[in-house]
Design a protein around this ligand. Sequence first.
Ligand code: MD3
Ligand code: FE
Length: 217
Amino acid sequence: MNYDLFDALAYTSAQPEEIEPGVVLLRGAASHLVSDIHQQLGAILNISPFRHMFTPGGRRMAVATSSCGPYGWISDQYGYRYHSADPLTEQPWPAMPVSWEQFARESALYAGFPDFLPDSCLINRYQAETQLSLHQDKDEKDFKHPIVSVSLGLSAQFLLGGMRREDASRKIPLMHGDVLVWGNQSRLRFHGISRIQAGYHPVFGDCRINLTFRRAG
Ligand code: MD3
Ligand code: FE
């Protein structure tokens, strides 16, 4: 599949917004890729289905996760980390679809990160009433690489915090097709997702799906 974000953005009215230094919001930028993503996601989840991981402290996570690409994010009694095999199947994670990787690279390039080569895509599923509390993403080896996130299905209120947990956070609505790229001075910002409201999305049904493309290793 041949997808060009630069072409796609030319057809959408929304302009890229730098909502904080190092955080670029591309409203609706993934819209053209939705049916491709939906189809490929089905194939990925047939190999590595959604599951609820446990925190190192033994709590079941409300967000269900899977991954694709060379590395997947895992959490268990030994900690949070990236691993090259799915602990559920003990097999490598499903391959990252070429169209996804291409899209993540183009989004990063658009936001000013020309050398982004993702080696992991974490797939999060939120059902109604699920939230993700404020945290930092710091399990990756090198924070010079950005993270690209794609929101799909039900909308969410994204909480964009500061560099310290106690800093005030801004609420930003994230809708189906929205893309966020964050890096540089914002790479270690605290962030989270407010409780998801029940609803029904024509393609993704009763949930919100978020893809985050990362350079883990
Ligand atoms: C962080 N996921 O998987 S991604 C995660 O929507 C995670 O599923 C959330 O946090 C989700 O670790 C949010 C989007 C995001 C966007 C901008 C940020 C995270 C950010 C800016 C700074 C720090
Ligand atoms: Fe995060």
